[in-house]
Design a protein around this ligand. Structure first.
Ligand SMILES: NC(=O)c1ccc[n+]([C@@H]2O[C@H](COP(=O)([O-])OP(=O)(O)OC[C@H]3O[C@@H](n4cnc5c(N)ncnc54)[C@H](O)[C@@H]3O)[C@@H](O)[C@H]2O)c1
Length: 258
């Protein structure tokens, strides 16, 4: 499908994992894509490989979502190359998982800075242009940690609950201005962040098998499954959907205790 022809999308943290899959899918759907990624190696590599396979214009800009200056520079480069921004995907995120009393001031600050404020910073950069053109879609990649909690993962769920609040606040505020703000909450997804978490264990293979066994579908989510939903939200097909949080967690959140 080519639902995003003529659109320009910024995807933060798109050097790998879910963000890269979203950038790849958008590009395949005809969108110009900006990879706004902190890591210059993975960011440039993702931009190159995506462009090679889809031929759609792809731009990598080294971006730190915790810095408004960095975001503004990325936004200016985007406008210079593509002239407009139609879609923002706030995907960049870090997993800070601690027992609450072991969470340092820096742990808290870093987690909030990337997972919550980073998204708000990027929204602030693109919203004036979207309001001006009376058109836009913002998609926040949250997590099932936005409505459920797990011991030992503090303060990640605090930031992700906040991101759900940000999604709903902005969605309502701009619903009558042509801007659709929605969210996607993936469950356990097969990405480097998940791999990193398994590798914290003495037996990563066993840790993975245990997580897979806890999923009603018996496997992890694939980044492409999140990207498919993001493409729908970025398209003009469901503009009546406002402030939703689409959960893609293989059934984990609908299960009663067993
Ligand atoms: N993998 C999962 O199981 C899972 C589940 C639910 C939600 N999520 C969320 O999905 C998003 C993507 O997760 P992932 O698994 O692909 O993670 P990942 O660690 O594989 O990729 C995250 C990317 O964000 C980039 N990044 C980090 N800090 C940044 C910053 N300050 N500015 C710009 N880029 C930055 C990283 O360099 C990396 O390329 C995150 O928000 C994460 O919380 C992931």
């Amino acid at each position: 499908m080519q639902r995003l022809i003529g659109k320009t999308a910024i995807v933060t943290g798109a050097g790998q994992g879910i963000g890269e899959a979203i950038a790849r899918r958008f590009s395949a759907e005809g969108s110009n894509v900006v990879i706004a990624e902190l890591n210059p190696e993975s960011g440039q590599k993702a931009a190159n490989t995506i462009h090679e396979s889809t031929k759609s214009p792809t731009l990598f800009v080294k971006t730190d979502v915790t810095s408004k200056t960095s975001i503004q520079a990325m936004y200016d480069q985007t406008l210079a190359m593509f002239g407009q921004v139609d879609v923002l995907v706030n995907n960049a995120g870090i997993a800070v998982f601690r027992e609450p009393m072991e969470c340092t001031a820096d742990d808290w600050k870093n987690c909030m800075a990337v997972d919550l404020e980073g998204a708000w910073n990027c929204c602030q950069a693109v919203l004036p242009g979207m309001l001006n053109q009376a058109r836009g879609a913002i998609i926040n990649i949250i997590s099932n940690h936005a409505f459920s909690v797990m011991k030992g993962t503090f303060p990640y769920p605090v930031a992700k609950h906040g991101l759900l609040g940000l999604t709903r606040s902005l969605a309502l505020e701009y619903a009558d201005k042509g801007i659709a703000v929605n969210a996607i909450s993936p469950g356990y997804t097969e990405t480097p962040i998940a791999e990193w978490y398994f590798n914290l264990s003495d037996d990563p293979q066993k840790a993975r098998a245990e997580v897979e066994a806890k999923q009603p579908v018996g496997r992890l989510c694939q980044p492409s499954e999140v990207a498919a939903v993001a493409a729908l939200l970025a398209s003009d097909e469901v503009r009546f959907m406002i402030g939703e949080n689409i959960v893609i967690d293989g059934g984990v959140s609908i299960r009663m205790y067993e």
